[in-house]
Design a protein around this ligand. Structure first.
Ligand SMILES: Nc1nc2c([nH]c(=O)n2[C@H]2C[C@H](O)[C@@H](COP(=O)(O)OP(=O)(O)OP(=O)(O)O)O2)c(=O)[nH]1
Length: 128
């Protein structure tokens, strides 16, 4: 099965994190951390900065890695590294997503996350 390498931004502000709802494709309607595929030869942190600029018109700073999810979807294997991030400049405009929410610790499980994402929520919850 082919593996896709994805990076995801867990953008934190005060005690909330930013979740987005996919606006298109196979997983439309599911909630995720914004990000996307790492291009060949690209450093993960640079890929994440690029993706957030493209999707949200916002410059971020990438902090520590939270963890790497490994998940088998029916047609591909996902390897997704998640990083704590903060906004440097920009307004988190939804250029590709359907909706977004700032979630507090007690609201973390209140959206329909993509299947792979559940793996990392415990880690995030523990560090919020
Ligand atoms: N960005 C992101 N993708 C996730 C998450 N959870 C999860 O299973 N995925 C999956 C969905 C997609 O199959 C894949 C990410 O691909 P993508 O479509 O966002 O990547 P991209 O922006 O480079 O996309 P494209 O140009 O190919 O449309 O990872 C998540 O929290 N964030």
């Amino acid at each position: 099965m082919n593996t896709i390498n994805v990076v995801a931004a867990v953008i934190k502000h005060k005690d909330k994190i930013f979740a987005t709802q996919r606006g298109y494709g196979e997983f439309k309607g599911g909630w995720e951390f914004p990000g996307g595929k790492v291009e060949s030869g690209e450093e993960p942190e640079a890929a994440l900065i690029r993706e957030i600029q493209e999707e949200l018109n916002t410059e971020i700073k990438v902090h520590d890695m939270i963890g790497t999810i490994e998940y088998d979807y029916p047609t591909f294997h996902l390897r997704m590294s998640c990083y704590w991030c903060s906004v440097v400049s920009g307004q988190l405009e939804l250029l590709e997503h359907e909706a977004a929410r700032w979630l507090g610790r007690d609201e973390l499980y209140s959206v329909s996350w993509l299947p792979a994402d559940w793996q990392v929520l415990g880690e995030i919850e523990g560090e919020m």
